[in-house]
Design a protein around this ligand. Structure first.
Ligand code: HEC
Length: 199
């Protein structure tokens, strides 16, 4: 800084700090404007909207409910353990309106299990993560037609293992819809497993 100032007039030296403050303010404004633009851009792109949320959802979101899927030999306990989360504000909205709001994200963890004889009985619990299912509410079907992963009021995708961005799903009609058909009249969700939405 000092060598940079050498040769500048005293007036210029007085003036410089103001210039620096102003130019950094402009830099910050430009950065903010850019990030807003990025967000607006991302929000209109059906590919970008659909991913495993990049937050600590197991700690910070609400656990809606969990499902245990029995092993072929029921004596062996559960072969999978499914745990579903959404943001607390979606729970509030559901309690007021009876539906999840536009943009609401649901994540279902699919865990492999361990089963042990415990003092409670044969008990199965979550072990390694097999993958995650994500659904994103698209109330007005804005993105249906723009991507084969969107339709029936939702974005639909599965992410293998710990992958968060690159889905292995190609078409929700083949990959998801058939199995969710029995709960079409519940907006394709399994509300019977979510005690928090029942009270
Ligand atoms: C084999 C049938 C089957 C397939 C295929 C399937 N689902 Fe599901 N899904 C279910 C069932 C049953 C539940 C609730 C019970 C459970 O998880 O055991 C569920 C629950 C969910 C949940 C939790 C929200 C809820 O209440 O429904 C999400 C999110 C989800 N599925 C997303 C998807 C997506 C996305 C796809 C396609 C990539 C998909 N599912 C494919 C059967 C299926």
């Amino acid at each position: 800084m000092t060598s940079f100032l050498k040769g500048t007039s005293p007036a210029m030296r007085r003036f410089l700090p103001g210039v620096l403050v102003l130019s950094s303010a402009f830099a910050i404004m430009a950065a903010v404007a850019h990030s807003e633009w990025d967000t607006a851009e991302a929000a209109s792109d059906p590919q970008t909207l659909l991913h495993v949320p990049n937050v600590d959802y197991r700690r910070d979101w609400t656990l809606l409910g969990s499902f245990s899927v029995l092993a072929d030999d029921p004596e062996a306990g559960a072969k999978e353990f499914h745990v579903v989360y959404t943001l607390p504000e979606n729970v509030d909205a559901y309690r007021k309106t009876g539906a999840f709001p536009d943009g609401a994200v649901l994540v279902k963890d699919v865990f492999a299990t361990n089963t042990e004889a415990m003092t409670t009985g044969t008990s199965s619990y979550a072990d390694t993560l097999i993958g995650r299912f994500v659904m994103v509410r698209d109330e007005a079907n804005k993105y249906a037609g723009a991507s084969p992963l969107w339709g029936e009021g939702w974005g639909w995708a599965f992410y293998d293992g710990t992958e968060k961005v690159k889905t292995v799903s190609t078409d929700y009609k083949q990959d998801c819809l058939g199995c969710h058909e029995p709960v079409r009249n519940q907006n394709f969700l399994h509300f019977q497993g979510y005690p928090i939405l029942k009270n």
